[in-house]
Design a protein around this ligand. Structure first.
Ligand code: FAD
Length: 433
């Protein structure tokens, strides 16, 4: 007899996948849950590896963590609301290994392992329409140990395959003539390999700045090249210089947009990542150009397929807590407590919002970066799912840590936060690590 349970396929065992697994696996009389993870561990990008090329199965390395990385959000606002991180002395910006342990504890605590297929890569996802008009999803996956390929039907699919693995590499005229080493930040691991080198870092967002701070401790010279209207910060070490975007490269000479030049030994692209869904059937429209994914409703639901969910699209957010809300929003849809508008209406709403943002001068590639818009987004999906959004103290800590970062990004990770209540927090400065 066919099961009356809703069959959920979760693609990826990073934070997003674990959080939706926790909520669906908490209702096993309603859901049958399968989480597919291609590596041999859960945790996604937080599972550090020295490797930068392919894994033991020949799959591209997923993690983009570097050896010394400490979080760029304080743990008090990074943690998943129903699973607080252990309190330790010292700064709130913890080493990446603390987050990996935390995620492993989360999976154990909520007894998720019985639902997780490790070493299992999803190769193909295809919608099929039944005679009654219902869409089901045929998911084809390979057990990487036995090499056995299987196809199974599911009622809903949640894509949690991560968005920080496939680097965006802009073409720079003359790059072919550059004789030095060049990598994307996805492949960056340690700074000491740049000892006494002249390094150019392209991009001044989170990774660009973080990597520049590390590398400058070893390199002879670091050039951060970017197109921001203002220099990023003045508190960089003396061997760091900011330059405009790169116009062209001639051998090991980089020519910047202001006509200045620099001799460079190594080049690091910190130019962001691409959204990719290589397993998705071409029947499903998924536009991923210009650093955004469409057509989606509430940055989460495919407008043509209300049983296809894509977690973690928004950037410049607090990802772990956002997943906690997104997961419960998904459950509200699957359980009929939220009635979605028709596909046409969802697409119309998406297009209207996109148009309004473009008219405000926000480029298409930035509309998914919610920044200040994140708080309204959380409140909206929480209200729709009839759950609590975040207390004001979360935003206050977020704003404080951003302010400290803007003042001095070489020291902002030395702060320790403590939440007092829903409104208040205390902060102290630990000695720089
Ligand atoms: P991921 O963690 O990338 O997990 C995706 C999982 O899907 C992986 O395990 C992968 O193996 C699996 N997978 C992919 N394709 C398939 C397939 N076809 N079949 C089966 N499995 C598949 N966020 C913060 O909150 N604080 C920070 O300080 C912070 N720092 C960051 C630093 C770096 C360098 C990077 C890259 C990101 C950082 N982030 C940070 C953002 C971080 O990506 C998110 O917090 C979060 O980890 C994203 O989780 P995810 O589950 O969406 O994706």
């Amino acid at each position: 007899m066919p099961s009356s349970k809703t069959r959920i396929a979760i693609l990826g065992g990073g934070v997003a996948g674990l959080v939706i697994a926790r909520h669906t696996a908490g209702k096993l009389d309603t859901y049958s849950v399968t989480l597919f993870e291609q590596t041999d561990q859960v945790g996604g990008t937080w599972v550090y590896t020295d490797e930068t090329d392919v894994d033991k199965h020949g799959l591209p390395i997923h993690s983009s963590m570097y050896k010394n990385l400490r979080t760029n959000l304080p743990r008090e606002i990074m943690q998943i609301p129903d699973f607080p991180m252990k309190r330790d002395e010292g700064p709130s910006f913890v080493h990446h290994s603390v987050i990996r342990e935390y995620l492993w504890d989360y999976a154990k605590h909520f007894n998720l392992y019985p639902h997780i297929k490790l070493n299992t890569v999803v190769k193909y996802v295809e919608p099929e329409t039944l005679r009654n008009g219902q869409t089901i999803w045929m998911v084809t996956y390979e057990d990487l140990e036995s090499k056995i390929e299987t196809t199974k039907a599911f009622d809903a699919v949640v894509l949690c395959n991560g968005h920080y693995t496939v680097g965006h590499i802009p073409h720079i005229p003359g790059i072919e003539s550059f004789p030095g080493g060049s990598i994307h930040s996805h492949q960056y691991r340690v700074p000491d390999v740049y000892a006494r080198k002249k390094v150019c870092i392209l991009g001044a967002s989170w990774s660009g700045i973080d990597i520049a701070v590390e590398v400058s401790q070893y390199a002879e010279k670091v050039y951060i090249s970017h197109n921001l209207p203002e220099p990023v910060d003045s508190k960089m070490s003396k061997n760091v210089e900011q330059r405009p975007g790169i116009q062209s490269i001639r051998g090991n000479i980089f020519i910047f947009r202001d006509g200045s030049t620099a001799e460079v030994d190594n080049f690091i692209y910190c130019t962001g990542y691409k959204f990719t869904y290589p397993f998705m059937s071409t029947k499903v429209e998924m536009r991923t150009d210009c650093n955004h994914v469409e057509p989606t409703y509430k940055h989460l639901i495919h407008t043509d397929y209300p049983s296809l969910f894509i977690m973690g699209l928004p950037g410049i957010v607090i990802p772990f807590p956002m997943f906690h809300l997104q997961a419960q929003y998904i459950l509200s849809i699957l359980e009929g407590r939220i009635k979605l508008p028709s596909s046409e209406k969802m697409r119309e709403e998406y297009e209207t919002e996109k148009k309004a943002l473009l008219e405000q001068g926000i480029p298409l590639r930035y509309i998914i970066k919610l920044k200040e818009r994140q708080w309204a987004y959380y409140d909206e999906i929480a209200a729709a799912a009839n759950i609590s959004s975040f207390p004001p103290v979360i935003r206050k800590i977020y704003d404080h840590s951003n302010e400290m970062r803007e003042l001095d990004f070489t020291t902002y990770k030395s702060y320790q936060y403590r939440i007092i209540d829903d409104e208040n927090f205390v902060v102290c400065y630990c000695k720089p690590c």
